[in-house]
Design a protein around this ligand. Structure first.
Ligand SMILES: *[C@@H]1O[C@H](CO)[C@@H](O)[C@H](O)[C@H]1NC(C)=O
Ligand SMILES: *[C@@H]1O[C@H](CO)[C@@H](O)[C@H](O)[C@H]1NC(C)=O
Length: 406
């Protein structure tokens, strides 16, 4: 992987600091000078302008100083997540009774003699099928194991719950002890919007198509606006929608319908907008990613546009999120950011085109190089092997389960 040009924006920060110093000191802003003095005004404004953006440039410089590129081999960029999620089982191991105690939290699976078995019923068949694609692929190299996979959006094992057992969930916050697995939507299922009625699915296909588009898209030709389309699954999205209504020159953000839509109240009192393909997203320079119920499936797709991703909130995680670093691969946005804060951040981006363009390039590279389908498969394999090694019992075939075949 080519090294990031670590020093460019940093130099830029240093220059700004010098400018800042030169402007401010001689002007004696705090003094009693006439308020009408024009040169005084210019200095004041440039001071404000610089210090307003300086904090962002400093954050970028700090992030670049601390950033260590990860190891591409054997899904190494995501390995720390496996250790982190399994850490709590290290001491006592995973017993049959601890699995039994969380059985109701998800669907029971077994791998016995390299064959995959599942409870007869699955709450979301396409989600199970998306998961089983990876289980079947990994099974030839796996020891016998038994696990509970939660196919709901929401994690199941809150940290302050007392006793817990191992439950696999695709997304969680730091308040949960679930073990993260790569979401079913890498293969099948995912949000079924009208453009993808059977769910987004097939990450291998999307990655190639969007990766090509990202490479062929020209930065200079992208529309310099913040863009978002999605349904109002979460009110964290409102500030950007409202900013877009007031300042359409800065943002184009609109709500679409979802299955729960009943009236225009559900799209903040405006008619719902059409859903927009990922390809169309790529025409815009600044792309907003909000969480939905849990983590959003959108993030990995829009990072391939070579546009800058504004990622809102860092609470909800998927297994590959920790490899993505704020200010290196995306611009982080606080989930409670106001309209004014969003405006300032978008204006910062438009005033620092080269700086944010590099963030766009870095984001693309991270996903393109380290979130290949083989990295996803590798993660499943590594996770299950490590999990199996913590089992304190030898799983025996549960006759209530049915064999899953490819
Ligand atoms: C700033 O201006 C005030 C009033 O004119 C003066 O008393 C003070 O010494 C000046 N400070 C500097 C650092 O020049
Ligand atoms: C995009 O460009 C990069 C760098 O030149 C290259 O490594 C990558 O394979 C390209 N992606 C696609 C989809 O061609």
């Amino acid at each position: 992987m080519p090294p990031f040009s670590v020093f460019k924006p940093r130099l830029c920060v240093i220059l700004l600091v010098i400018q800042h110093a030169v402007h401010v000191k001689p002007s004696n802003v705090s003094g009693n000078n006439s308020p009408d003095c024009p040169s005084e005004k210019i200095n004041k404004y440039s001071k404000e302008a610089n210090s307003k953006y300086l904090k962002y440039l400093n954050l970028i410089a700090d992030a670049q100083r601390d950033y260590k590129p990860c190891n591409r081999d054997r899904c190494g960029c995501h390995a720390s997540v496996i250790s982190q999620d399994l850490k709590m089982f290290k001491e006592k191991g995973i017993s049959a009774s601890s699995i039994q105690s969380v059985k109701a939290k998800g669907t029971k699976y077994q791998v016995i003699n390299h064959k995959v078995y599942r409870e007869q019923n699955c709450m979301f068949p396409s989600r199970c099928s998306g998961i089983e694609h990876f289980l079947l692929e990994a099974a030839p190299g796996l020891p016998d194991l038994e696990l509970i996979i939660n196919t709901r959006d929401w994690p199941q094992i809150p940290k302050n719950y007392g006793f817990f057992g191992p439950v696999f969930s695709f997304s969680k916050t730091s308040e949960y002890n679930d073990i993260m697995y790569p979401a079913w939507a890498f293969w099948e299922g995912g949000p079924a919007i009208s453009l993808y009625p059977r769910g987004i699915g097939r990450w291998d296909v999307h990655r190639k198509e969007l990766g090509k588009l990202g490479n062929s898209s020209k930065w200079e030709e992208k529309i310099p606006k913040a863009f978002f389309r999605g349904s109002r699954t979460c009110s964290e999205r409102d500030a950007l929608i409202l900013l877009s209504r007031e300042k359409p020159e800065l943002a184009d953000a609109q709500y679409t319908k979802n299955q729960a839509w009943k009236s225009e109240a559900d799209t903040l009192h405006v008619a719902p907008a059409q859903e927009v393909s990922f390809e169309e997203h790529c025409q815009y320079k600044y792309l907003f990613n909000f969480r939905g119920v849990a983590a959003s499936f959108r993030l990995k797709h829009i990072l391939l546009c070579k546009s800058v991703v504004f990622h809102v909130g860092n609470e909800w995680q998927e297994f590959f999120y920790p490899a993505l670093k704020p200010w290196i691969h995306y611009i982080p946005v606080d989930s409670s950011a106001s309209k004014e804060q969003l405006q300032e951040l978008i204006e910062f981006a438009s005033h620092h085109d080269d700086v944010v363009r590099e963030i766009a390039e870095n984001g693309y590279k991270m996903i393109w190089n380290h979130l290949r389908m083989k990295d996803v498969s590798c993660y499943w394999r590594k996770l299950l092997k490590k999990y199996a090694s913590l089992q304190t019992f030898k799983p025996s075939r549960d006759e209530m389960l049915v064999e899953i075949k490819g």
